[in-house]
Design a protein around this ligand. Sequence first.
Ligand SMILES: N[C@@H](CCC(=O)N[C@@H](CS)C(=O)NCC(=O)O)C(=O)O
Length: 262
Amino acid sequence: VPYRTIWVPLCEVAATRNSLQLPANHKHQNGSPFPTLPIIQDPLAVAPAATTTVTSDKAVVIGDSFDIALHLQNTYLSVSPNAEKRLFPGMERGVVALHRAFNMFVDEIFRQYGAPLAGTYMPFDPRTAQSDKAAFEQRFPGNMKWDQFEIPQGSDPRKKMLFDFRTALDEKLAPCFQSPGVVGPDGVARKPNGDGPFMDGRESPMYADFIVGGWLQFLRGCLPEWPELRDSWSDGRWGKLFNALEVWASIDGRDGVIPARP
Ligand SMILES: N[C@@H](CCC(=O)N[C@@H](CS)C(=O)NCC(=O)O)C(=O)O
């Protein structure tokens, strides 16, 4: 499906979302609305689901990665003859609901650790960096300045948070990516899904893999300790997943805005 990406600086996220008349569907910790990107505008789609808005020029507008994935699945992928290519394989059997719960579970882990450890190293577009930081500072009472949000590298609080992050990924998320050992009726152990890099040891991804992959992309761009996470946390599992998803990682229009990929 042909598409074009419009990159929006952090300080313009709220205005962009408002201009599309899309209400915020997330909340800040204090309960106030948290308008977010990404948003997709699909001029080709005709059957809006409950979560979609239709603008005056008749484009379908959807503002959350999960709902965007669902829209793409329903509109373009459900006709794929290859079930392995679907984002929500076997979606009539509870797979979407389980993905929704998994999405929240993954977000909780990465928001708790990844966001505070990596967020202050976001590589802003130099043309808007000052306004981006100011927009972020305004969210917090007490006049906190951007630099005060950093958890300094090498400090004890950072070491502890990295340890807790690593443990959470290892204990809560890594088991989802192991191949479930199954004993067949003949008593012989089987690994039905193989030893692939994706969830359940699958050899092709489903949306759950992209949920984790999206967060890994954020960490690749922002976390100073990324090489260690990629190569040695959970025995290198996250680097393998990241690499296996690289074929889907190119996005148009990022040149000059986002630093070059290593
Ligand atoms: N679960 C949401 C999360 C969206 C989200 O947090 N977006 C961030 C950027 S990736 C955002 O728009 N932040 C705006 C801000 O911090 O002001 C989704 O995947 O769509």
